[in-house]
Structures are given as structure tokens and as C-alpha cells.
Design a protein around this ligand. Structure first.
Ligand code: BGC
Length: 753
């Protein structure tokens, strides 16, 4: 018997119930009699937000001085598993130092719409990318014996009415889009804890959703940690206990503990569920205490440097006409925009870090000669400030090149509410236009957590999507702008032209408390690429100061079974003059399918560093999941036999090489024919077709007489007739007098045997 179980057996019902909710905003409770100690948990996800004293989870009150790494919108753009692992390790050490047992993150909900106020904290529109990055981040933190809390489970893709909204998502869409990152976090990441979301999922609050918390998370995915509620997400506490919600946070001052006790006493809740929750909580906390190392040093300066270095690999170069970048030391550069002095480097809400130090772009350029700064606009207003615009125009006119730092102010996106549009502040849009009038050499550097419309796109020769780059964002920007580092970020989401182009434009946010995910699996590039919608920049896109060439795509087989794996290799050569990193992307395209599928789906990516002139072979291993879709008949992953195209690509819209493979599905989907089944579906099932054909031959001999069988054979030989026949249900055979009821019954029996 585990130690945790032994402890639970010695506890009173009151003691057990008390363990199932927080003592305050950030601590669990103790049972001193048995030596059960409280632990502290803290946000997450891109640093440590440890509250100093007052319980204020919206980050208004000060938390301890800490280090803010690039937010997930940026770190995911690195497409670099080792980068997020490094961030995770640093956060793990910080938690050890501060004696925080669990860091509340990563946040891995899917970016369903650019409007979600919390997109800056989330990773991607693509479940595969989110899953891969989540696993490494989790493993990074947990390698330091600190737990993660993977959030917000599940389908929490909007802030609008976030505590009451019901995400209505069909089974296949949940499995293919909204759950895979969580699945990977549980199965491969081995996350210590999960945090359930505020919203309902298909009619039931996540905090009391047995299907989600027990059937899927534990029984299917083998999760062995505990689930805590998001702060204030509990509705019916006893129901939550039974569903698998172990810990209520922040804790209801005992009100809900009493509810649990009452429910047990009144026979509404089996005490075994209370035991299970208590045991799971104790077990995870024992893991922390067994390896707590409070002596772990925390060198904040070192982490600040790390944030800058990693941040550089997260920047996405989107435009570079006339090789305007990298800047040269001899260039006279006008740096324009209030953000250059006061950067926006993180989002608002529970993830907000009290940075011990911030390095702006201007700070980072302090040692450079030939820099002129002008503010250009005011943050926090959309009004043009004519004086600032004129000053900026003068600076721009006198310079060789202009770097405009622009983007979204805090009020434009935050936890707690959604955006209502995709615009940047109009004064910033105006400024860019005004500057382009006096100098054609414009580079725009963006700080934003989610896509923006870019009405000035044609006026900018250079464009960098900087996202929210963490507290040392200035250094990261300088490194990329001046070519100290070759940019290697790629877009983890599509940048649409207009809000109206987005896949869920017609239904995002929902009506009242009901948010139906009407676009289904067609999220992000799965929609834009399949429908061929023009976009500003596609998923996976990003430029470099060097060039890469792909060749020699090889598949380990031309034909495999879905139980096999397929090895894919491709040579990548750095054909330019500068060393740099390339992100090799692999998409799988199902060439023929009986269900709706996206044009293609990301199933592999590797980031490789190549010296100028160097070639390397990049390899991928594909398995069943790379080809499968979620089959709602068998409630499982399913591969339909057929040809698939393996695409090696630079972005979702730029396929460099491709090769086909035939994959044979080995799972049989049981088919059940009824009198409403149509001929076409019967013909698609070889066994049933054989039975059907044999019996039809017999029937025409027995029944039809000459006339009918002649007519029938004429019809069959006639193509048009065949086309009509395809859609004919079996019951029509009776109407046409081919069979009687008894024969049809027998036929169905034989076909279903
Ligand atoms: C957020 C969580 C966060 C928690 C604690 C909630 O409002 O949704 O992501 O971990 O607060 O701060």
C-alpha cells in the first residue's frame, strides 16, 4: 500500500475533506497530526508569479520580483522543443528556490480565433505543435522536481463569459483539435497536475465533468496526478469529487468541504471518491517534498540573459524586401515608437510577472552610434499626436532606415475578456503611413499576443513579428535586427488578412452561454489552406537571412500498414552566406477520404542549425496517428486505407518536396446494414457486396421473369442507371419487385453476419 493511501486510512472524513480545497489563494492545507504539510502553488506559465502576501490573483498586487521569459505566443514560434525545455528548467529551479511546489502552466488551449484575449498565453492553432511544445516545457519544469498544472482543461478557447459559457464541440473535433495537446501532456509529459477550466464542455462544467476528468484523462490517458480547479471554477463540489476534481482552488473557507462531508453523510457521495482525491493530492505533494532543494540558487541576472538569448530565436521575420535587414552599424537608424522605450513584453492577468528588470530596444541599442529615437505615438490612446508624428517624421527623413516599434497596448488584449476586433491602435497605423511618406526604408517590429490587421503591409520593407518577447525583449530584438542572430522563428498560427476571414467568424463567442464550435475541425490553416483563403502570412511561415534548399526526400517504404512506422528523411542545405537555423516541417495529406479532412496536417517538425554551405539529413518517424482521423463510430483513431502524400514544407503554403505512401488500415469498422442502406455503401464493403451480388443473381432468376431481368441488366449496363442505382436503398428492391420482405430479411442477416 502506498504511503499516501496509508495516511488517508488514518484520516477522519473531516480531515480528508479539508485537504480537497486550498487554505488560501496559493496554499493547500495541512493535517499536522499526520505530518501532512501544505504546499504552495504559483502561476505560470512563462515565469514565476509568486504572490508576496495579499491574495489577489489578477496580478494587481505585487508579487515577488522575478524573470519574465517570452510568453507562449512567442516561445512556440521558436518551433524549438529544446528552447521551451530550457525555459521550463529555469522555472523549475526558480520554484525550488522559492519553495513553490507547482507552477501553474503551461496553458495549452487552441487558438480558435485571434480574438481570444488569452491567446498570448496559448501556444498554437495547431494541436500537434502545441502538444510537442507542451511536452518539453512540462518535462523541463518537472526535471527539477516541480510539478506543472496543465491548463485549462478543456475547450477554454474564449474569455468572453469564460466562467459560464458552454463549449459545444463535436466528438471528432474535440479529439482531433482541442484534446491532443492535453493528451500528450498526460501521456508523454507525465504532468503532475491538470487544471480544469471554468467553462462547460458539452453541457457539463469541466470542474464536474466525469467524462473529461475520469473517463478520458485517467482511464484513457493514464494520468496519475491530481486535478485542481481553476480559481473559482467549482459549481457543485460533491459532484466534482465524484467526477475526479481533486482540489478546489482557491478554497471556499471550508464551505465546500462541509458540502462534501454532508454529501457523504447523506449517502449522496461515496466516501471512496473523497479518499481517492486526498490520496492523489498527498502522493503528488510527497513527490515534491522528497526532492525539495530550497538551496537551489536563483541567479536572476543569468535568467535575464537567458530570456534575451532565447527570445531572439522566437522572433519571426515576415518580410525582408531589398534585404533591408540585417541593419548595419553604419546605417543611421531612426527607432520610432513608444514601445521602443517601454516595451510590451507580456500579457495581462494571472500570468503577469513582476519583472526585476526590463531591457527595452533602446536600452539594448545604447552602445550603438547612429540611432535617433522618436516616440511617435502615445500608448493607451488611439488619438494621433501631431507633435509626436512630426518629430518622428523628421527623424525618419534624416535616417537611412526606420524601425517602427508598434503593436497592441495592454488594454487591447488580456485575460478576462476577448478582443472585439483585430485592429492595432489607429494612431499607430497612421504613424506607419506617415513615416513611409518620408522614407521608403521602413521596418515594422510588432509587439502583440495575437494577430493584427496590417493595412500598411505594402509600405513596410521589413517586418518582424516579435510577439510578447519577455523582459529582455530589447536584446532579443537587437540581435535579430543587427544579424547577431539569424532569425529562425516561424508563425505558430496563421495571420489572416481580415477578421472576417477567420474560420469561426460567424460563431465565435457564442450566443448567450452557448458557444457552438461550428467550424469543427477546420481551425487555423486547416481552414485557410483547405478553402484556399488568402492570408497575410501562413502558418509555419518565417524568413531567414540565409537560404535553405531541400533535396533527397526518402520514405522507408512505399506501402505500410497502420501498425508500422514510416521513416522519412530529407537533406537540407544552407545555401546562403550566413549560418542559421531552419525549421523543416512535415505535413500529411490524405489524398482520398470518405470523411471531411483538412487539406493537410502538421505531423512533424525539426529545427536544425546549419553553417553556411552545410548539409544535414533531417529524419522523421510517422506512426498511425500521423495518418489517422477520429472515427466516431468506433470512438477511436482510425486509418482509412489509401494513398497519403508526405509533404516537406517551409510553411503550410510552401511545399518543397513530396512523396506518396500507401497506408493500409488494419482496424475494421463494424458495419451494420439496414433496409435503408444504399447500394453504394454495400459495394464498398467487399464481404457484403459478395453476399448482395450472389443473392441478386438468384433473385433475378427466381423472381424477375424475363422482362424484369432484361430490364435490370439493361439498367446495370447503362452508366446512368448505375449512377442512379448507387443511391438506392435496399428497401426499394421491394418496391421494384426484385425481392420480397422475407428475402430482404434474409439478405440483411447474411450481409451483417
Ligand atoms: C486563471 C488561471 C490561473 C489562476 C490562478 C485564473 O483566473 O484562469 O490560469 O492559474 O487564475 O492565478
Amino acid at each position: 500500500m502506498s504511503h499516501a493511501k496509508e495516511l488517508v486510512q488514518q484520516m477522519t472524513l473531516e480531515e480528508k475533506a479539508s485537504l480537497l480545497s486550498g487554505a488560501d489563494f496559493w496554499h493547500t492545507k495541512a493535517v499536522e497530526r499526520l505530518g501532512i504539510r501544505p504546499v504552495m502553488v504559483s502561476d505560470g506559465p512563462h515565469g514565476l508569479r509568486k504572490q508576496d502576501a495579499e491574495a489577489d490573483h489578477l496580478g494587481i498586487n505585487d508579487s515577488i520580483k522575478a524573470v519574465c521569459f517570452p510568453a507562449a505566443c512567442a516561445s512556440t514560434a521558436s518551433f524549438d522543443r529544446s528552447l521551451v525545455r530550457t525555459i521550463g528548467e529555469a522555472i523549475g529551479d526558480q520554484c525550488q528556490h522559492e519553495q513553490v511546489a507547482i507552477n501553474l502552466g503551461p496553458a495549452i488551449n487552441i487558438k480558435r480565433s485571434p480574438l481570444c484575449g488569452r491567446n498570448f498565453e496559448y501556444m498554437s492553432e495547431d494541436p500537434y505543435l502545441a502538444a510537442e511544445m507542451a511536452v518539453d516545457l512540462i518535462q523541463g519544469v518537472q526535471s527539477k522536481n516541480i510539478g506543472t498544472s496543465v491548463k485549462h482543461f478543456a475547450a477554454n478557447d474564449q474569455e468572453h463569459r469564460r466562467m459560464s459559457s458552454d463549449s459545444v464541440v463535436d466528438e471528432r473535433t474535440l479529439r482531433e483539435i482541442y484534446l491532443p495537446a492535453f493528451e500528450a501532456a498526460a501521456k508523454r509529459g507525465k504532468a503532475w497536475t491538470f487544471m480544469c477550466s471554468y467553462n462547460k464542455v458539452n453541457g457539463e462544467y469541466a470542474s464536474q465533468n466525469k467524462w473529461l476528468l475520469t473517463d478520458v484523462l485517467r482511464n484513457e490517458w493514464g494520468f496519475d496526478g491530481y486535478v485542481m480547479s481553476d480559481w473559482g471554477a467549482v459549481s457543485n463540489r460533491p459532484k466534482g469529487v465524484e467526477a475526479g476534481l481533486d482540489l478546489e482552488m482557491p478554497g471556499s473557507r471550508g464551505i465546500n468541504d462541509a458540502e462534501i462531508i454532508k454529501a457523504v453523510r447523506e449517502g449522496r457521495l461515496d466516501e471512496k471518491y473523497v479518499d481517492l482525491c486526498a490520496e492523489r493530492i498527498i502522493r503528488v505533494h510527497e513527490r515534491y517534498f522528497a526532492n525539495a532543494v530550497p538551496e537551489t540558487p536563483w541567479d536572476k541576472e543569468k535568467d535575464h540573459e537567458l530570456a534575451g538569448k532565447l527570445g531572439a530565436d522566437c522572433m519571426v521575420l515576415l518580410k525582408n524586401e531589398d534585404s533591408i535587414l540585417p541593419l548595419k552599424d553604419t546605417d543611421h537608424v531612426a527607432v520610432i515608437g513608444a514601445f521602443a522605450k517601454k516595451p510590451r513584453f507580456q500579457g495581462g492577468g494571472s500570468s503577469h510577472i513582476n519583472s526585476f528588470k526590463v531591457t527595452s530596444l533602446l536600452d539594448a541599442l545604447a552602445d550603438k552610434a547612429n540611432i535617433t529615437y522618436a516616440q511617435g505615438y502615445e500608448i493607451g490612446t488611439e488619438e494621433d499626436n501631431e507633435a509626436l508624428v512630426q518629430e518622428a517624421r523628421k527623424a525618419a527623413r534624416d535616417a537611412d532606415k526606420v524601425v517602427v516599434v508598434a503593436g497592441l497596448p495592454d488594454s487591447f488584449e488580456s485575460e478576462g475578456y476577448d478582443r472585439t476586433h483585430m485592429r492595432m491602435p489607429v494612431n499607430q497605423n497612421h504613424l506607419i503611413e506617415k513615416l513611409a511618406e518620408v522614407n521608403p526604408n521602413i521596418v515594422v517590429l510588432l509587439y502583440n499576443g495575437s494577430p493584427v490587421e496590417m493595412p500598411w503591409i505594402d509600405l513596410a520593407k521589413g517586418l518582424i513579428e516579435g510577439y510578447l518577447g519577455g523582459q529582455n525583449v530589447g536584446t532579443a530584438n537587437r540581435m535579430v535586427l543587427y544579424g547577431e542572430v539569424n532569425p529562425s522563428g516561424r508563425l505558430p498560427e496563421t495571420l489572416p488578412v481580415h477578421l472576417e476571414d477567420t474560420p469561426c467568424f460567424l460563431s465565435y463567442g457564442g450566443e448567450g452561454n452557448t458557444a457552438v464550435y461550428t467550424e469543427g475541425i477546420f481551425v487555423g490553416y486547416r481552414y485557410y489552406d483547405t478553402k484556399n483563403v488568402p492570408v497575410l502570412f501562413p502558418f509555419g511561415y518565417g524568413l531567414s537571412y540565409t537560404t535553405f534548399e531541400y533535396s533527397n526526400l526518402k520514405l522507408s517504404a512505399k506501402k505500410i500498414k497502420d501498425t508500422d512506422t514510416l521513416e522519412v528523411s530529407v537533406d537540407v542545405k544552407n545555401t546562403g552566406k550566413m549560418d542559421g537555423k531552419e525549421v523543416v516541417q512535415l505535413y500529411v495529406r490524405d489524398l482520398q477520404s470518405s470523411v471531411f479532412r483538412p487539406l493537410h496536417e502538421l505531423k512533424g517538425f525539426e529545427k536544425v542549425f546549419l553553417k553556411s554551405g552545410e548539409t544535414r539529413t533531417v529524419t522523421f518517424t510517422l506512426d498511425k496517428r500521423s495518418f489517422a482521423y477520429w472515427n466516431t463510430q468506433i470512438h477511436d483513431w482510425y486509418v482509412e486505407s489509401g494513398d497519403f502524400e508526405i509533404e516537406i514544407a517551409r510553411s503550410s503554403r510552401d511545399v518543397a518536396l513530396s512523396e506518396n505512401v500507401y497506408v493500409e488500415g488494419t482496424t475494421e469498422v463494424p458495419v451494420h446494414f439496414t433496409e435503408d442502406s444504399i447500394i453504394m455503401d454495400i459495394m464498398a464493403c467487399p464481404k457484403a457486396a459478395k453476399v448482395f451480388n450472389a443473392s441478386m443473381n438468384q433473385a433475378t432468376n427466381l423472381f424477375g421473369g424475363e422482362e424484369q431481368s432484361e430490364a435490370a441488366s439493361e439498367a446495370v449496363s447503362d452508366e446512368m442507371g448505375m449512377a442512379m442505382m448507387r443511391y438506392m436503398p435496399l428497401r426499394s428492391l421491394i418496391s421494384f419487385g426484385t425481392v420480397d420482405h422475407e428475402m430482404l430479411g434474409k439478405l440483411l442477416e447474411a450481409m451483417n453476419a
